[in-house]
Design a protein around this ligand. Sequence first.
Ligand code: PMT
Length: 398
Amino acid sequence: MLTNKKIILGVCGGIAAYKAIELMRLLTKAGAEVHVIMTRAAQEFIAPLTFQTLSSNPVHTDLFNLIAEREIGHISLADCADLFIIVPATANIIGKIAAGIADDMLTTTVMATKSPVLFAPAMNVNMFTNPIYQENEQKLRRMGYLFEAPVNGSLACGWHGEGKLAAPESVFESAVMALANKDLAGKTILITAGPTREEIDPVRYISNHSSGKMGYALARVARRRGAQVLLISGPTALANPDGVQVINVISAAEMQSEVNARVTACDVVIKAAAVADYRPVARNSTKIKKNAAVTTIDLVKNPDILAGLGGMSLRPFLVGFAAETDALAENAAKKLTEKNLDMIVANDVSQADAGFNVDTNRALLFFKDGSSRSCDLMSKDQLSMEILDQVVARLAVR
Ligand code: PMT
């Protein structure tokens, strides 16, 4: 996601400075090259050696270090940055930058950079709500600086309230957003995810192994690329992706009515949900007792939501999924035609590292024009990028 991106991580003096290590780990894991600048106060909390070891790059602490300046000084750092992240951003650093003060390595480099700058503030609640701080933050926001707002919680100073550093994962997500190509801006994408549950009685249901990971990855990546995303999700254990409107449903019937109510406002629909094909003819209103000796359950077919969309006269770009255990290509191609889709993502769910409830997937993509594309084993985020690349390219010529 961040391959070839150069990120300058500015670390300031606050008790949350240790969380910058976790953020740096997420950034480097995603492929970014991270260069750390620490303020003098930050070094009271964490030794520069920790960041140096984990980033594999020298840590910059001193504006007047002649050797480091000659090799990669503050201007070259400012010039090479694709993104600047300051975490934890103290009231002091935000005040200094808002006032145009450049008196150390960090403030000087921020002043000289043309890259986007993302602040993740962390401070005492009274400092955070102080009008002086608020005015500084608003001034920087107006100038286009980005902020990952702190959250409510117990603060190290003993107070409780706003001022706790946002989770490193949220700061990471904002960083990825700041760097992403916004080629889906202006598009509304509806994505379905997870399983559906068809209730037998108040304690039992028919369902499948879908975790929602594939659909949630698509929602996250589409949002990063600028789309307005509606996620209609069956029951999952996943956290809602930032900035995505999530509508929770249980059964196939509920999923169908939510999809149908929203489809006309959408440019693209991607159906990654594993919809139960059958439901019990009737749901027992009380728990079926063991001694009732019920050994069979009568089932009725659920409506095919995707096929219904394929039959619309004016329909959005439709992407289906095909979960197969055999004859992957043949079955997927059949579904593409029968459901009148623009594209189908075929995955072999019998493999341990693909399909249900894992973070990776491999897929064959088939298109309405008869072409196809193979995607080897990759993370579900990466596969989402591949799928959305195809959507963008094909929407452009539709
Ligand atoms: O959620 P994960 O654990 O990450 O797993 C991901 C996944 C394996 C669920 C996903 O990659 C996937 O394959 N999703 C589609 C599962 C499925 O229901 O496949 P299908 O071949 O039975 O259905 C074909 C298409 O028709 C699908 O887009 C499905 O959403 C849709 N469908 C199916 C039945 C039905 N009644 N209504 C539908 O809309």
